[in-house]
Design a protein around this ligand. Structure first.
Ligand SMILES: Nc1ncnc2c1ncn2[C@@H]1O[C@H](COP(=O)(O)OP(=O)(O)OP(=O)(O)O)[C@@H](O)[C@H]1O
Ligand SMILES: [Mg+2]
Length: 213
């Protein structure tokens, strides 16, 4: 069982979009998915249920799970032996701190960052640098990729990515930058792009592969 968490300490940067699309595209490949919704405000379940209705049969291998508390789950008994657990989480800070705890070994993490979003550009690298530092202390290695999202919204994709590179370099986080990026898909697109943007889907697939998924 592989475990994927999508998290970063900033709202509106694409956590739910990425988690939802990851669950859908892995399910389409025939994998059994447990889509875990940690934050009450996540709409991942609604997005997945809408796709399950739209394409009968195609996404039946996704089960939605909302644990009782907002802790990173450690026990998956009774959850039907999924191939991949995909967690959509809120932007509160505790989850990333949980990752350095020995009982939470083995999580893969995607941390989205939006080049054109100053607060996230500040706070996300700051937080991730701290998490890496803590992980060295606890000895829990963290498989994490920082994935630029909404690239090309206000500037060229190349410029957006170089902005992210400069910022990550400041925090010695360049090694955690994904080799891939997610394009801005437009204002009027629904948050689930799997049917509408091949570029978005292919880049996300490749980013998952980087993490061994
Ligand atoms: N690549 C993209 N292109 C266009 N719009 C996007 C993209 N990624 C996300 N969005 C849009 O940005 C908004 C925020 O995305 P999303 O809900 O996934 O973020 P979030 O990090 O889960 O937010 P929250 O912290 O509120 O849970 C949504 O309206 C979504 O449709
Ligand atoms: Mg969300």
């Amino acid at each position: 069982m592989l475990k994927l968490l999508v998290n970063a300490p900033k709202g509106g940067i694409g956590k739910t979009t990425i988690a939802t699309n990851a669950a859908l595209l892995l399910a389409k490949e025939g994998k059994k998915i447990l889509a875990c919704k940690l934050s009450g405000s996540s709409r991942m379940d609604e997005h997945i249920q809408a796709k399950q209705l739209e394409y009968p049969g195609l996404y039946d291998s996704i089960t939605i799970w909302e644990p009782d508390n907002d802790k990173l789950p450690t026990n998956f008994q009774g959850q039907g032996n999924p191939d991949v657990v995909v967690v959509d989480s809120d932007d509160y800070w505790k989850i990333l701190n949980d990752l350095v705890d020995k009982k939470n070994k083995g999580w893969r993490v995607i941390a989205p960052i939006v080049p054109n979003e100053p607060e996230g550009m500040q706070v996300i690298p700051d937080e991730l640098a701290t998490v890496f530092m803590q992980s060295q202390i606890t000895g829990v290695s963290i498989k994490l990729k920082i994935l630029p999202n909404k690239c090309g919204e206000k500037d060229t994709i190349e410029n957006d990515i170089s902005l992210v590179k400069i910022r990550l370099q400041q925090k010695s986080l360049l090694k955690a930058l994904s080799s891939y990026y997610l394009p801005y898909a437009g204002m009027f697109y629904p948050p689930v792009f799997i049917d509408t943007s091949n570029l978005f889907r292919d880049q996300l697939r490749a980013a998952l592969k980087e993490l061994g998924i």
